[in-house]
Design a protein around this ligand. Structure first.
Ligand code: ADP
Length: 473
């Protein structure tokens, strides 16, 4: 658990990256330091060589040996190896090179090959030749050597100065030890600090987790406090709260729905029970029995309708979008509904007119679309008094295919219009001409329309009529 925690992972990553950075910085520091020590040493070499050269050049009668000795004395603390190589005059090419040494060179060979001296002779004085060479026999540390060219009495000269790299090596060793000790120590404290900061930063997450644990389906009123944070944690808390609010809302809706369903189922049951109790109280005539059984049958049908509608609604909610796909002729469906409902309209002496029916192909679930149209036309029949008229049309409009069902019925009061698609909503019980309305018809219409991306509009005027308009995508 601990090793899987975010703070542990972040600290580990942070430490790894830091270790890489510290190592790179150490290497860089080491190289820089080495370069600068080398540059120091080379400056000393150049200074010594220049002193030898200038001492000889400035004063008449001073020999090369004199100036070597003087520089040797002056730079004693650096224990230089000094050697002057004097080339013969141009006209006396066959003559050998002349060498002058400082005191340190006795016994040890500090000579380099003639080729190197000839090469050094031709170099520019401002950019002399530097070499790292071994003494012969070799000492523990090699020498850093300058080959400094010059001219005297028309003869070329190369002044060679060497100093041991021992001091430089010792300084580098000291730096290495320091880096090797300080690096891990730095890493340790930086990781510790990092871990502390990361833990602190993640503290609000812990409190979110804690609070989230206390939220249950029974108590969705709890909200987390973001403490006015505007950062990612604040955003997380806000999002979480919004989610809880939505859940809260859903749970409330479900509870309300259960209450509504219970109430709606209870009403017919109460009626049935009342009728049965009445009938059982004493012997009745045959006609009375018939009347009461008829009433019980009606209430049972009503119960059945409600349960069917509820089942359909729960199916519609869970409907799989893929399942909807099937292409069919919308005008065929419309005509079928028309034929199915014509007899009941005829009984009510309501004229149903097909105004304009254009052939239209539509992709969706045929049975559901049929149900949607049935509910609408059935409502039109039920809420239109005898002698009224219903007009149906299916056309290609600007926004797509439009299905319109208008009636000359009792209309819907404008204050009730916003609610007619709600579950169990009925404008007024007494408006229905017959039993059978469950208050679920338009809810089902709305669900089917939503599932198919169909837009629904209603216009209604009280006592004049109602028009339902469907816009198919
Ligand atoms: P019901 O089963 O009561 O018809 P609906 O959900 O189908 O339930 O309709 C809700 C309410 O809307 C109805 O109670 C009715 O008052 C009103 N309504 C629906 N269609 C019409 C219409 N064509 N004319 C007048 N009122 C209507």
């Amino acid at each position: 658990m601990k090793f899987r925690s975010l703070s542990f992972k972040l600290t580990a990553w942070y430490t790894i990256i830091l270790a890489i950075i510290i190592t790179l910085a150490g290497v860089f520091l080491y190289e820089q330091f080495k370069d600068s020590l080398m540059e120091d040493l080379e400056n000393k070499l150049k200074e010594t060589a220049a002193t030898v050269y200038e001492t000889w050049w400035d004063k008449k009668g001073v020999t090369w040996q004199d100036s070597v000795n003087k520089a040797d004395e002056q730079f004693k603390m650096f224990q230089p190896y000094i050697q002057v190589i004097w080339f013969p005059h141009r006209k006396e090419k066959d003559k050998p090179l002349e060498f002058f040494y400082s005191s340190a060179i006795r016994g040890e060979q500090f000579h380099l090959s003639r080729d190197i001296y000839y090469k050094a002779k031709r170099m520019d004085r401002s950019d002399p030749l530097y070499l790292t060479v071994d003494l012969d026999p070799p000492a523990t540390y090699p020498l850093r050597t300058i080959l400094f060219p010059g001219t005297g009495h028309d003869r070329r000269v190369v002044i060679q100065v060497g100093m041991s790299l021992e001091g430089t090596a010792a300084e580098m060793r000291r730096l290495s030890i320091m880096l090797i000790l300080a690096g891990p120590l730095l890493l340790f404290f930086a990781s510790l600090g990092g871990h502390f900061i990361i833990r602190r930063a993640l503290l609000p997450v812990r409190s979110v987790v804690q609070a989230a644990r206390e939220i249950t389906a029974d108590d969705l009123s709890l909200r987390l406090h973001s403490g006015g944070r505007r950062d990612e944690i604040g955003e997380l808390v806000d999002t979480f709260n919004q989610m809880i609010a939505r859940l809260d809302d859903s749970v409330k809706k479900i509870r309300q729905f259960s209450a509504d369903v219970s109430h709606e189922l209870r009403t017919p049951l109460t009626i049935i029970r009342g009728e049965v109790e009445v009938i059982l109280r004493k012997e009745r005539g045959k006609e009375k029995y018939r009347q009461i059984l008829q009433s019980i049958l009606e209430e049972t049908l009503q119960l059945e309708n409600i349960i069917d509608d509820l089942l359909l609604m729960s199916k519609l909610r869970a409907v799989d979008k893929q399942m909807l796909m099937e292409e069919f002729s919308l005008d065929d469906v419309l005509l079928k509904v028309y034929e199915d409902l014509s007899p009941s309209a005829g009984r009510e002496k309501i004229q149903v007119k097909l105004k304009e029916i254009t052939p239209v192909r539509f992709t969706g679930k045929r049975t559901l679309i049929e149900r949607m149209i049935t509910n609408i036309i059935d409502n039109a029949v039920r809420y239109t008094p005898s002698g009224g008229e219903i007009e149906i049309s299916l056309t290609h409009g600007e926004g797509g295919v439009e299905l319109t069902v208008s009636d000359t019925g009792i209309g819907i009061p404008s204050d009730a219009l916003p609610f007619i698609f709600d579950r169990f909503y009925v404008v007024e019980k007494s408006r229905s001409k017959e039993a059978g309305g469950t208050g679920l018809g338009l809810s089902i219409v709305k669900l089917i329309a939503e599932n198919h991306g169909i837009e629904v509009n209603v216009q209604s005027e009280l006592n004049k009529g109602t028009t339902f308009r469907f816009l198919f995508p």
